[in-house]
Design a protein around this ligand. Structure first.
Ligand SMILES: [Zn+2]
Ligand SMILES: [Zn+2]
Length: 220
């Protein structure tokens, strides 16, 4: 038996001394993720935060409604979804019952079971359950008319012959003459700079007006 286990809420792996069992759902949680029994004030009966929330705000909607919503959403992107039991806990904001961990029959695709309708109504069915590794694989039912399927169908069977939308005609914008002139001038400048011999030392070229007015050796 391992000395450590995972908290069902925060997911931290902690030694057993730091973990307690929730009296309501019977699963292990770290003591940070638990509160004393809020209904009786009994400090020895610990509740996990999920169960505590359930007790404080009784369910307005079905427990698995969020799972239905989640699977409907995923249907737009994929045909197969693998979910760990912990992930489902997170989605529904509650804990799966112990039966879900203990027996595969809990995962049967039976319309008579309220929880099974959560995935069946969304157009999914359980394809594989692994109790040991605590995960379940949902597969989209063929009958499921998910948004993705509808979109694909429309694409495959177009009612009208395909007519492409008139594409915008892009006029090639001619660069203005000034722009060309400026660019040309800049290029010329670069060329001129390259052509000039590099000056060494402190030699300073004489300004052009001096060159014009005086001869080199006849400076007044
Ligand atoms: Zn925790
Ligand atoms: Zn609990």
């Amino acid at each position: 038996m391992p000395y450590k286990d995972e908290c069902g809420i925060c997911g931290r792996v902690l030694p057993y001394s730091y973990l307690r069992r929730c009296w309501r759902c019977g699963k292990l949680f770290c003591i940070d993720c638990m509160v004393e029994d809020i209904t009786t004030g009994d400090a020895y009966r610990l509740l996990c935060l999920r169960c505590a929330r359930r007790l404080v705000s009784p369910k307005i909607r079905g427990k698995y409604e969020a799972l239905t919503r989640y699977l409907k959403f995923r249907a737009a992107f994929t045909d197969m979804v693998k979910l760990s039991f912990a992930k489902i806990d997170g989605i529904i904001g509650d804990n799966l019952p112990m039966a879900a961990y203990q027996s595969e029959s809990w995962w049967e695709n039976s319309r008579e079971k309220e929880h099974a309708r959560a995935w069946l109504d969304a157009g999914w069915e359980v394809d594989e359950v692994n109790l040991k590794e605590a995960y379940v694989i949902f597969r989209k039912t063929k009958a499921a008319a998910s948004p993705a399927n509808i979109r694909r169908k429309k694409f495959e069977e177009p009612r009208k012959p395909f007519t492409p939308a008139p594409s915008r005609i892009f006029k090639r914008k001619k660069p203005s003459k000034t722009k060309i002139a400026k660019l040309y001038a800049r290029l010329k400048n670069i060329e001129r700079q390259k052509a000039q011999p590099k000056l060494r030392g402190k030699f300073k070229p004489r300004p052009s007006h001096e060159k014009r007015t005086f001869k080199q050796d006849k400076k007044p």
